[in-house]
Design a protein around this ligand. Structure first.
Ligand code: 5RP
Length: 295
């Protein structure tokens, strides 16, 4: 293991240079992977745009019912046609989502914490590979707590899931967790995203930050950006736009979709940015018209 003394600070990410090992496949870092996992990654990342709009509604695995997700059974039929991928728990999918929706699935497979304790960083792998296959998951979502007390166990969870998922041609999505006192700096996100990718995840979910293009350049697999806490819709669209401009291959939003006044219109506006190169102004006008507001 390289010692940490005298480490030189990284300096050139060549953020303007495309990833060199593409192999004529539209997902970064997947050129050398097998047919099946490439098919599953294509269920997530649109082959035409290389991007994705994921809808995250897995909050219940540690938050229980949150505002906007009180009745998933009523929400999902309104939203499902407006997103590309569902990020959810097996319990939510099996009980509240019809299986005939033909969307990508990012299945939340870790759990073990709740809002009743401050330290959320101790999780276990709760879904076994057999049930992930039964659910026809395209990717398995694992929470990773770099720098937290649960760092070792979360990285062990990630490695266990990568080992098992690789056996069956399923992708792994490593989710960068940010605690309330974790720094949201490019330095932290470069570390966390690169560790997740080096441990074998095929997709990384993290947050937008300063120098985001360098975070993207240093990560050898695609990054999707988490929405995070609810923002005013225009700010959420700005964050989506900046993320895509910075090299993210999509958004994985939850609260900024399901807590907006019109979740379907918000998802559509995000999709315009992700897949149709809309500017913030164009996406905001689209959203405003869709909900009958004038900016
Ligand atoms: C925690 C998560 C959540 O489970 C969820 O996906 C977050 O969605 P959002 O922050 O957009 O509401 O990934 O890290």
């Amino acid at each position: 293991m390289a010692d940490l003394d005298g480490n030189k600070a990284e300096k050139d990410y060549h953020a303007d240079k495309p990833f060199a090992v593409s192999g004529n496949f539209h997902v970064k870092g997947a050129a050398n992977l097998d047919w099946g996992v490439k098919k599953r990654l294509s269920n997530i990342f649109n082959p035409r745009t290389g991007n994705t709009v994921m809808f995250a509604f897995d909050h219940g695995y540690f938050m229980g019912s949150v505002s906007g997700l009180e009745r998933l059974d009523l929400l999902m039929p309104k939203l499902i046609d407006h997103v590309d991928v569902l990020m959810a728990t097996r319990g939510a999918l099996r009980t509240c989502v019809r299986p005939n929706f033909r969307k990508g699935i990012a299945l939340r497979v870790t759990s073990g914490s709740s809002m009743l304790n401050d330290d959320l960083s101790h999780e276990v792998v709760a879904v076994d590979m057999e049930d992930a296959i039964r659910m026809d998951a395209d990717a398995l979502a694992v929470q990773v707590f770099v720098g937290a007390d649960g760092q070792l166990s979360s990285l062990e969870n990630l490695s266990k899931v990568v080992n098992a998922a690789n056996r069956y041609g399923i992708a792994t999505l490593g989710v960068v967790a940010v605690g309330k006192d974790m720094e949201r700096t490019d330095k932290y996100f470069k570390l966390a995203t690169r560790i997740i990718a080096e441990l074998g995840a095929n997709i990384v979910k993290t947050y937008y930050c300063e120098k985001f293009d360098e975070v993207v350049a240093a990560c050898p697999v695609p990054i999707v950006v988490a929405g995070g806490k609810k923002l005013p819709e225009k700010q959420a669209l700005e964050m989506a736009y900046n993320s895509i401009q910075g090299g993210a291959r999509g958004l994985d939003m939850g609260r900024n979709i399901f807590q907006s006044p019109n979740p379907a219109a918000m998802a559509d506006a995000i999709a315009k940015i992700v897949h149709r190169k809309f500017t913030v102004k164009e996406a905001w006008e689209f959203y405003s018209d869709a909900v009958g507001q004038k900016s």
